[in-house]
Design a protein around this ligand. Structure first.
Ligand code: X2X
Length: 331
């Protein structure tokens, strides 16, 4: 009878565990675009995967439009770093006030295409940036994509650097102020959440953002006439988690959260590239006039933005810029 009793006890124990309700833990995730972008879709995918992998024990509540920081897109990273916010999905340029090295990704004309980008985010440069971010209390779980930032405006087609002269441009971060100044434009830093109405009301003439991740889902084509595919700056996004929260987890949980973020960002990157590839035709249908500069015309923009590259390469640090450039050249 003894073994039977043992089995019965075990069965009872298992039944009891099964009946104990698991305490689901909901974390807060902030991002600074609206709820139709691929940033949002990446965040939703992360939530789905986290729920699935944790057997319902963990999930995230997504707050778009930087709601948790009163619309301040630069503040999100700082809050995560302090442990005041659990997760963030944001782009590199938004982190530069806290971590100037993050500007390396977006140096004008650092990258010539997706292969260059992928070589850095999946290689040594990506790891190095993760180390630097960790020093600020942010654990980068995976890299996704905002994309190559293209310029739009309402005044005239931009074909040469001269065409940028005098245009009132909304920009997201400090490095882009210097780039716009190098081109003779008239830049001002503005929250993304305020940009649509600023364009609509003519407070600014133009802005620059990636096609698939932002321009299309946030309907920038409704308030902008001209777009030039100058690919002047690449902007990655990432899923970051507060180091405090991260350190409260065991290795198994860490592994699970990281794999959910990686799968979510792989998905996000794929749909962003698909939407970007289809984007030109879509934008033409919507009435935008698109100018696609030749390689020689791109060289003129590269040349004109060189002073801003040099200024920011110094701020970022020559070793870090060198690491990125070597990785790109090796590819
Ligand atoms: O503010 C922008 O331009 C955006 C949405 O691309 C970023 O968050 C950098």
């Amino acid at each position: 009878l003894k073994p039977l009793a043992a089995v019965a006890a075990l069965v009872a124990a298992i039944a009891a565990t099964a009946l104990t309700p698991v305490e689901a833990k909901t974390f807060r995730l902030s991002h600074n675009t609206n709820d139709s972008t691929t940033w949002q879709k990446g965040a939703e995918k992360f939530n789905e995967l986290l729920k699935e992998k944790s057997g319902g024990e963990m999930d995230v509540r997504i707050f778009p439009m930087a709601q948790l920081t009163g619309g301040d897109q630069m503040k999100q990273a700082e809050m995560v770093g302090r442990g005041a916010l659990d997760f963030v999905v944001t782009s590199a340029i938004n982190v530069t006030p806290l971590v100037p090295e993050m500007a390396v990704f977006s140096l004008p004309y650092l990258y010539s295409g997706y292969d260059d980008v992928d070589a850095t985010t999946s290689g040594e440069p990506g790891k190095k940036m993760e180390e630097i971010m960790a020093e600020h209390g942010i654990v980068v779980l995976a890299w996704g994509e905002n994309g190559f930032r293209e310029v739009t405006n309402n005044v005239h087609p931009v074909k040469t650097p001269d065409d940028m002269k005098g245009l009132k441009m909304r920009v997201a971060g400090p490095m882009y102020i210097d780039v716009m100044n190098a081109l003779g434009a008239n830049p001002q830093q503005m929250q993304w959440t305020e940009t649509f109405s600023a364009l609509q009301q003519g407070v600014v003439d133009g802005q620059e953002n990636p096609i698939g991740a932002v321009i299309i889902p946030q309907r920038v084509y409704e308030v902008q006439k001209y777009l030039t595919t100058w690919h002047y700056s690449y902007d990655p996004i990432f899923v970051g988690v507060s180091e405090k929260l991260w350190n409260s987890w065991d290795d198994k949980t860490k592994e699970m959260v990281r794999s959910a973020a990686e799968e979510a960002m792989d998905y996000q990157k794929t749909i962003t590239r698909e939407d970007t590839a289809k984007g030109i035709d879509f934008l033409k249908e919507k009435g935008m006039e698109i100018y696609q500069p030749s390689d020689a015309e791109i060289d003129a923009f590269r040349e004109a933005t060189k002073p801003a590259f040099d200024t920011w390469a110094k701020k970022v640090g020559p070793d870090l810029v060198g690491l990125f450039q070597e990785t790109i050249d090796a590819g």
